[in-house]
Write a protein that binds this ligand. Structure first.
Ligand SMILES: O=C[C@H](O)COP(=O)(O)O
Length: 272
């Protein structure tokens, strides 16, 4: 029998909780309000998202705690960086800090932690160092890390070509990330170059709201067809009038029809 270390087993279990047996995942990002705009409405929309049974959610501390019941059927990727908001000067560069320690993330039941990193930005050393430090701390706890790799920062100081996104993804993996979340550089076929360059699962972020929900689903399908491990969409999901149905459609696009037909196991709990 082959033995795995305890932390190795911990990582494996947590990865499986997020990605399932086919190695793919539908992640819904509901972590915006702490740092980016108004963010997802609280209350009923959260229950709606949960009812769609995303494989995992990206959440802030508040959302993870207040909606622990409804979201218990989905993996939890806790946003652990921040400390700057749109009310301040976000254009100043990387003003993020580490808000929650890995041990604290474990207490709230996180399966993974996520931080942003900006390779190619003038102050890239800050976010890359933060990512690497976090990865080595989490390694000791068996807690996976998701690196959100944004080449050049949100202002695209480095153009988001397939080559640059691929290099950013590779950098995230080299620094120890277990999952990379990054932009889809152009048509979804180009995501294949990113996947080829990156030795860990890569999921595509969604960005601003698209014209139709068919476009959102088509992007998800294109990303997995290109070898991506799935999607981490935020505004396009919680900005939908019917987030539950959209999550179900995304699950079908990412995992196939058999998964989408599975009966819901999510039961409502506390949270507001
Ligand atoms: O975690 C938050 C995301 O980076 C933003 O998600 P979104 O671009 O799909 O709204």
């Amino acid at each position: 029998m082959q033995h795995t270390s305890a932390v190795g087993a911990g990582k494996l279990r947590r990865m499986r909780r997020m990605f399932g047996a086919d190695g793919r995942g539908v992640f819904v990002a509901i972590d915006h309000a702490a740092y980016m705009g108004e963010g997802p409405p609280l209350g009923e929309p959260m229950y709606e998202i949960a009812a769609g049974r995303p494989d995992a959610v990206l959440a802030t501390w508040h959302v993870a705690r207040a909606y622990a019941g409804p979201l218990a059927g989905s993996g939890l990727v806790l946003r652990v960086d921040g400390g700057s908001s749109e009310l301040g000067d976000r254009a100043a560069g990387d003003t993020n800090a580490l808000l929650h320690r890995p041990e604290e993330a474990l207490t709230i039941g996180a399966d993974c932690v996520v931080v942003l990193a900006f390779p190619g930005a003038p102050d890239e050393d800050r976010s890359l160092t933060r990512l690497a430090r976090l990865c080595s701390e989490c390694e000791l706890l068996g807690l996976p890390v998701m690196a959100e790799m944004i080449p050049g920062g949100w202002g695209q100081a480095v153009p988001w070509t397939a080559e640059n996104v691929a290099r950013a993804a590779r950098i995230g993996a080299e620094l120890g990330a277990d999952i990379v979340k990054t932009v889809c550089p152009g048509p979804p076929e180009e995501f294949a170059e990113v996947v080829r360059a990156c030795p860990v699962p890569v999921v595509a972020l969604g960005g601003p709201k698209m014209a139709t929900e068919d476009d959102v689903v088509a992007l998800a399908r294109g990303v997995v067809d290109a070898g991506g491990a799935g999607v981490a969409f935020g505004r396009n999901v919680w900005g939908s009038e019917k987030p539950r149905q959209l999550v179900e459609r995304l699950r079908e696009a990412v995992h196939g029809a058999a998964d989408a037909d599975r009966p819901s196991s999510t039961s409502p709990g506390a949270g507001r």
